[in-house]
Design a protein. Structure first.
Length: 97
């Protein structure tokens, strides 16, 4: 499945304090494919900031992460550092893979 670059709107920048996030598709309980969002700050808990991909190349480089590690980051950080489910409607996803 492709990885998505998520650009967070300006109103969330100010509220959440981050400019962009990562997301990958996963299924919800109803079987719908939804983006599971991981913020840059959440990734920084697991990756040295200097090694964290930046800018337009970020999504392509993040694909090199071990998939299970990335899923673990998402599952552990989604609620407190990610974007809540009601805010997903504000997010535009772009397929970069």
């Amino acid at each position: 499945m492709p990885l998505y670059r998520v650009d967070v709107p300006a109103q969330l920048h100010e509220y959440r304090g981050f400019e962009w996030s990562y997301a990958f598709p996963m299924q919800d309980d109803a079987g719908n494919v939804v983006p599971c969002v991981v913020t840059k700050s959440a990734l920084e808990d697991f990756i040295e900031p200097a090694q964290l991909p930046q800018g337009d190349e970020a999504c392509l480089e993040i694909l090199e992460l071990n998939r299970s590690e990335f899923e673990a980051i998402a599952s552990t950080k989604f609620d407190d550092r990610g974007v809540s489910s009601d805010q997903k409607l504000w997010i535009d996803t772009e397929d970069v893979a």
